[in-house]
Design a protein. Structure first.
Ligand code: SF4
Length: 426
């Protein structure tokens, strides 16, 4: 069952008199489990929708939907699939006691992987999930592989039930599903020869694995330091040498590097980042792979009027994933504009801290970070965190947020769009 949270005015949903609180029960007799069912089953031009109004009355609608007309229905946020693993490096487990409940949620949800590029391990899939991934063509999916040796992967995930990932991925690839993958590098466990094995086996799956990134494990002060440690500079360099070997082979075979080191891996190895062209379409930039080069490219290409922002104080709201990488980008922004920038890397108060992409930040988290800030002249918010109706994941509307803040806000994909005169504003 899924429930309506908001309905856009002048939409088909409004014409049907769907109201917030309405439960959407079935389309063409097929029960609706989540937003994926709703989007795929209600995409037809004609369908029968069964719904239960907030009054308790059940209604069947014969919906005729002219091509391209959106339903205009915003659903309540989905219940997140919980993670079945217990990785030693999980920063959610690393949170101190006594924080609010959402901060302990460990998500592992293939639906968010498809929709938002959140990485999932695919260790909690039921047969029904396998079927709908193929049926709905949820592709590409973003998968945390970590190691292809089943024993090493189960050790890393602390999950003796974790399926053997290569046969699992192959099963999907044979059915047309493709993947972006990542290896979170844990020194002494999945680096060195294990990293070579993982990359070799992923490469052997052919074009079904679109890319693999190697990301150094990130620990907090609360992580299990007795069990896992950060890689040293030399270990990061060794991993990058392996990445370079596979990338050279992939460039020769396939014309793309395929294997990428995360920006943070270069940072910790004390080596320069590859040029922007290396990253192609920057497909893993949300995972901190090529993010710095992507933003630098966008800033350089923009025609920002320098005097418009000189000495202004500008807050940049982003997700936790981008926090450590932002200083490199901000130095370019400062040089271009003469403004003073402050990075506000927020934890996700709706889905919990394992969801680190900026696009899933709820409006309430942004409000909490900016409400008491009277010292900022402008705040830049991630444009991907609102939908077409300017609603955040928690149904807060961008104008409603702006009305509670003392500084103006602008929605921005890459800063450059907001800092040129005609930037998207709220
Ligand atoms: S790191 Fe990810 S996969 Fe591992 S326990 Fe935490 S949420 Fe689960």
């Amino acid at each position: 069952m899924i429930r309506v949270q908001a309905v856009a005015p002048d939409s088909l949903g409004a014409a049907l008199e769907l109201t917030p609180g309405t439960e959407l029960l079935a389309v063409n007799g097929r029960p609706l489990e989540d937003f994926l069912d709703w989007e795929f089953l209600a995409a037809d031009e004609q369908f029968v929708l069964r719904a239960r109004l907030p009054s308790g009355e059940e209604i069947e609608y014969d919906v005729e939907r002219p091509e391209g007309l959106p339903m205009g229905v915003v659903l309540e946020p989905p219940r997140i699939r919980r993670c079945a693993n217990h990785c030693d490096f999980c920063f959610v487990d690393g949170n101190p006691q006594g924080m609010r409940q959402a901060l302990y949620i460990r998500d592992d949800d293939y639906r968010l992987s498809f929709r938002y590029g959140n990485f999932a391990t695919l260790t909690n899939l039921k047969p029904w999930d396998l079927e709908r991934i193929v049926q709905y063509r949820l592709s590409p999916l973003y998968v945390s592989v970590h190691a292809t040796d089943p024993v090493v992967r189960r050790w890393l995930l602390r999950n003796p039930e974790a399926p053997d990932v290569i046969p699992q991925l192959r099963w999907f690839v044979e059915r047309g599903i493709v993947f972006h993958t990542q290896v979170v590098l844990v020194p002494g466990i999945n680096d060195a020869s294990q990293l070579v094995r993982s990359l070799t086996e992923l490469y052997s799956l052919g074009p079904g694995v679109l890319s693999v990134s190697v990301v150094p494990v990130a620990l907090t002060e609360f992580s299990k330091h007795a069990l896992v440690r950060q890689p040293t500079r030399e270990e990061c360099r060794a991993a990058l040498a392996t990445v370079d070997d596979f990338a050279a082979r992939a460039v020769a075979d396939r014309g793309v590097p395929w294997c990428y080191g995360a920006d943070d891996l270069y940072l910790q190895a004390d080596l320069p980042l590859p040029p922007a062209e290396w990253y192609g379409e920057f497909e893993q930039r949300e995972n901190g792979v090529g993010s710095v080069r992507y933003l630098q490219t966008r800033i350089q290409a923009a025609r920002i009027e320098p005097d418009a922002w000189r000495d202004k104080r500008i807050g940049i709201v982003t997700g936790a994933a981008m926090g450590p990488l932002m200083p490199q980008v901000v130095s370019d922004l400062t040089a271009t504009t003469g403004a003073h920038f402050e990075i506000l890397a927020l934890e996700n108060s709706l889905f919990g801290p394992s969801v680190t992409t900026a696009g899933l930040l709820p409006g309430k988290a942004v409000l909490a970070a900016l409400r008491d800030r009277s010292d900022l002249d402008l705040a830049l918010l991630p444009a991907e965190s609102v939908n077409d109706d300017l609603l955040f994941m928690d149904d807060m509307e961008a104008h409603e947020l702006a009305a509670q803040l003392s500084m103006p806000i602008k929605l921005s994909y890459d800063f450059a769009d907001a800092l040129v005169a005609e930037g998207v504003g709220v």
